[in-house]
Design a protein around this ligand. Structure first.
Ligand code: PLP
Ligand code: COI
Length: 339
């Protein structure tokens, strides 16, 4: 492990590591395995498709150092498949799952000393797929780059696992029907920066986006999925194409059903969410973050006195327990990185 790092003060920010992975292909050729190289700038044409028209995708995944001394990924094949679906949507050549998984493994192996100790954080792994070839008209780039870099991270929200205060955005939307909200297109994120910054300046941790058609139903919390609990039932917005199908979201649904809980993937109105008993958001970066309050215009509701509700706490313990290998990997979600 890197001795110079103070693992206790890790936040969700970039610490440059030693090595990254890169491979390139033309639009018509198959992907070939790439190579590791020193972490650092890459050269690209000013006319690259990604820089001019946002033809790019990213993924976010974590490698954990577990209580058994192993380093594991959490369901990396799901990230590979989500990137393939995104590639289809943005007219890019999908990276085969075997190349994707091999790339993220190699990157973690090459930067092993940066994987935090158990319970102190994780190694965040960031695969990027982009149209790197030059193109002037609005059309797919002639060539593509797939690269992976890694960085050790701590909690996504300031304050770690404490309940967060959220603001429902009444003016801005993240995604429209038929658009790219259901894939991890890089272009989905910049339009959220201003609403998010404004909300943070007003004391909130993030914004909640409602659906763009009716302004009624909860879609996502910034870059995380939304859940709430009402009368013992777990609710989460159904995947309608405008919501990113989170891998953490899917895992939580499976865990809750395994616990015998009823789970409803359905339309969740802001009104319903604000009358719920518990609420939380989840994602690779956010893990499970309990929601302490939601504000919409002049109304504000609070949940559980700033303490996570019992369902939220149980799901958090189960998810993190599986990731740390203090609990059994009941669903076969862990993927060992050979050391
Ligand atoms: N929603 C958005 C918009 C995201 O960017 C992310 C992060 O990847 C998520 C939800 C959570 O997805 P996952 O659990 O796969 O990390
Ligand atoms: C993730 O949860 O991995 C994300 O992508 C969230 C954010 C850092 C974009």
């Amino acid at each position: 492990m890197a001795e110079e790092i103070d693992w206790d003060s890790l936040t969700f920010s970039l610490t440059p590591t030693d090595t990254m992975y890169l491979t390139e292909t033309s639009a018509d050729d198959p992907w070939m395995p790439g190579n590791l190289r020193p972490y650092g700038p890459i050269e690209m044409s000013p006319a690259a498709g990604v820089m001019n028209y946002g033809q790019g995708l990213f993924e976010g995944m974590k490698a954990y150092r577990t209580s058994k001394g192993r380093v594991v990924f959490f369901r990396p094949e799901e990230n590979a498949r989500r990137m393939q679906r995104g590639a289809d949507r943005l007219k890019m050549p999908p990276v085969p799952e075997s190349i994707f998984v091999d790339a993220v493994e190699q990157c973690v192996q090459a930067n092993l000393k940066w994987v935090p100790p158990t319970g102190k954080g994780a190694m965040y792994v960031r695969p990027l797929l982009m149209g790197s070839g030059a193109v002037l008209g609005v059309s797919p780039a002639p060539s593509y780059t797939f690269l992976v870099y890694v960085t050790p991270v701590g909690p996504y929200f300031k304050g770690g696992v404490t309940a967060i205060d959220l603001l429902i955005s009444e003016e801005f939307h993240r995604a429209a029907p038929g658009g790219s909200g259901g894939v991890k297109a890089i272009g989905n994120y910049a339009p959220g920066m201003m609403p998010s910054k404004n909300a943070k300046a007003a004391g909130f941790a993030e914004v909640i986006y409602l659906d763009a058609e009716t302004h009624t139903f909860v879609e996502e919390v910034g870059a995380a999925n939304f859940f709430c609990v009402k009368d013992g039932v777990l609710y989460t917005p159904e995947l309608t194409g405008t919501i990113l199908p989170g891998i953490t979201r899917d895992s939580i649904i499976q865990l809750a059903r395994h616990n015998g809980m009823e789970v409803q993937e359905t339309k969740v109105s802001a009104q319903f969410a604000m009358a719920a008993d518990e609420a939380f958001c989840c994602g690779t970066a956010a893990v499970i973050s309990p929601i302490g309050s939601i504000t919409k215009g002049e109304s504000k509701v609070t949940y559980g006195d700033g303490q996570p509700g019992s369902v939220t706490q149980q799901l958090y313990n189960q998810l993190v327990g599986i990731q740390n290998e203090t609990l059994e990997d009941l669903f076969g979600w862990l993927h060992e990185v050979p050391l």
